[in-house]
Design a binder for this molecule. Structure first.
Ligand code: SAH
Length: 355
């Protein structure tokens, strides 16, 4: 029999049933995994030895292995490059905040089919949709690591590799695991799903997850520029997208996070700041300006980041329209932590070695 993930609750319950194990044992296993941060089944002292043996025989604790791990010089950011069992690379980033509000950025796909021109993951194309356990294991790893630092995970963002709306069922199950009190016990609003704007799935998300936070990669206030950097805009243009986002705010009364990557000479002309202000004026919005991260060592696509003073001008302009914004700190510059950069760099290195 093939072993299955310990995070597969249904299969685990079935296994326990087959062995006539009393029901409370499941809770003990769950507790050991998600609350006591065991790293292998032999550490579960609350259950009998023969049950530990059954788990060892039938389940695996983690399918992912750590290929590379790097912490930024200031200790705030840790980037983990995992290898899946089928040899694909995916990334997670832990961002430690002084306030203790630690955030984990996770991947939901290996590669990504959306092909945004500025994004390293897009250059890998879609390699595969991750399995539920591959998503949960990223969180387990980070939660265990933070536990050794006497702190805990507070927020999870789907802002690593991939488009979460295109692996919807897995994302959905994963959010249930993150927010289940007996598991990671995060509040729904502390989980954020970031999408490039796939309208039908945003509509479904609004129905399924009215409490979960939503971020949208906007990156341009008009279709002409947006189409030139985000192919998704050919299918769902801004008008269609904004309609579905208005529907989300009407249904949830929640503020949407709009991400706006600042790329020199591409989407940072000052007149665009006014367009952005007009677009979001009167809407429940929070804009996050992200300085374009060129990611040293990856092949250049000719983009560079907008100078800081221009980003600040964008921010000032938005104030005129009563739109709140922040400029994202680039605390991960020294470790290639923008979406997909480490995985892409590694893949390029491997390809050069093969040549
Ligand atoms: N597919 C989802 C989530 C993954 S990308 C989405 O599009 O939202 C997470 C965020 O990182 C997106 O806003 C994306 O546009 C941004 N990003 C990608 N490449 C980047 C780079 N080189 N520098 C800065 N931000 C980048």
């Amino acid at each position: 029999m093939q072993r299955f993930s310990i995070h597969d609750e249904q299969k685990l319950q079935e296994l326990l049933g087959e062995h006539k194990v009393p029901k409370f044992r499941y809770s003990q296993i769950e507790n050991a995994l998600y609350k006591n941060f065991i790293s292998n089944f032999d550490e579960i002292e609350t259950i009998p030895k023969d049950l530990r043996e059954i788990l060892n025989k039938s389940c695996f604790y983690s399918s992912l292995t750590v290929d590379h791990e790097a912490t930024s010089a200031n200790g705030q950011t840790t980037k983990i490059l995992f290898k899946t069992q089928d040899g694909l690379l995916i990334e997670s980033v832990i961002m430690r905040h002084l306030s203790g509000r630690n955030t984990l950025c996770i991947s939901c796909q290996a590669g990504c089919p959306m092909a945004c021109t500025f994004c390293a993951t897009g250059k890998l194309w879609l390699q595969k949709n991750l399995e539920l356990y591959e998503v949960v294991e990223q969180v387990m790893y980070a939660a265990n690591l933070l536990n050794t630092e006497w702190t805990r995970l507070r927020n999870i963002v789907f802002m690593g590799m991939g488009e979460p709306m295109l692996n919807y069922e897995v994302m959905k199950e994963a959010i249930h695991v993150f927010t289940n009190q007996k598991k990671f016990d995060l509040s729904n609003r502390r989980v954020t799903v970031s999408t490039c704007g796939i309208v039908p799935w945003i509509n479904k998300f609004t129905q399924d997850f009215p409490q979960t936070s939503l971020a949208v990669s906007l990156h341009a206030p008009n279709d002409e520029i947006r189409k030139s950097i985000m192919p998704v805009d050919h299918t769902y243009n801004l008008e269609t997208l904004m309609k579905s986002l208005d529907n989300y705010t009407d249904a949830t009364n929640k503020r949407i996070f709009y991400e706006y990557i600042m790329i020199n000479g591409v989407n940072d002309h000052l007149k665009l700041a006014d367009q952005l202000g007009k677009l979001l004026e009167g809407r429940l919005a929070h804009v996050n300006f992200i300085p374009y991260n060129a990611g040293e060592g990856t092949s250049s696509d000719g983009y560079s980041t907008t100078p800081r003073f221009i980003i600040e001008k964008f921010q000032k302009t938005l104030e005129k329209y009563w739109v709140i914004s922040t400029i994202r700190a680039t605390m991960w510059d020294d470790i290639d932590a923008a979406c997909g950069q480490l995985a892409r760099k590694k893949k390029e290195q491997e390809e050069t070695q093969e040549k």
